[in-house]
Design a protein around this ligand. Sequence first.
Ligand code: SF4
Length: 366
Amino acid sequence: MTDDPNAPLLEVEDLSTSFRTDSGRLVAVDGIDFTVEAGETVCLVGESGSGKTVASESITRLPNSPPARIDGSVRFRGVDLFECSDTDLRQYRGNRIAHIFQNSQLNHCYSVGWQIVEAIRIHEDVSKTAARARGIDLLERVGIPNASSRFDDYPHEFSGGQKQRIMIAMALAGNPDLLIADEPTTALDLTVQAQLVRLLAEIQSEFGMGILLVTHDLGVVAEIADRVVVMYAGKIMERGDVFDIFERPAHPYTQALLDCLPERANASGGIPGSLPDPTARPEGCRFADRCPHTLEACRTGGQPPELEVESGHHASCIYYGQGYDVSVVCDGQGESDDCDGQDESDNRDSTDVSKDRERVSEANKR
Ligand code: SF4
């Protein structure tokens, strides 16, 4: 099993994950595709229950089977991880592909140093002394002050933000090529969140790894993402680069998510309604019951395919197909009245777009 350094870092193709339950088969992820390149940050966003956590954990086949059933293919540097034996897969998990799990916590019974040394020695055959030196180095790298004197302290002696920095240090122990971080800043105050997002960006530019960030927090997305993949009810609704998504959101679901941002002039208190029952999803577009633009045709024929809005920007909405008045779903979104975004984007320079990004980022820090 040899991977190809010239192959894309991560290619997810037709990934589906379902679970057997007493009330039937629950399809959490339903045939999704996306890629992550080295040095790139891709954010998987959506409300709780959209399937983003299950999708991220399925990459290294973490959900237990049964009850889970995982189909499709996931290639890492050209190696199909779903074709690997469990033994081979362990060479990738935590080593080449590191996870920071939602709500993951340090073990309060052991010193931080002991836990970092263990994490390093799982991946590398090094002495305890060498692992300790590397652990102190990692703690310094993630911004823990006086790392060598604090190495033997216990988790309760660190603040919430410092504990999350230590979790990041442990994830870096195997020198991963890909970091999958699931809501790594949730439950922290906004200032600490902003510091951690900046830390992830710094680490990425230093180590050149790819990051798949799973989050519902669009403020964090604005600050760190290169590309954004929006999920709803197990499907991808929209994808594009971060500027396209924030400036010209094409899908009514993305527009509704962005309208929840407090700094938006028309900020809403949330999206009315709730996600469809995952064991009995509607036949047509999954967002139809909550969408302000639903047509009769939206309720038949499965989820619309992802249609091109502009180069590199796609949305799963029938209005981007032939014969529909696309202005219905994009008028008044972002700062453009131009639905394909082409003319308007030609007139906007990168400074305009950066200002938009900074505006959202600053609001996130407040
Ligand atoms: S396909 Fe129809 S229901 Fe779905 S997002 Fe588009 S307009 Fe709304």
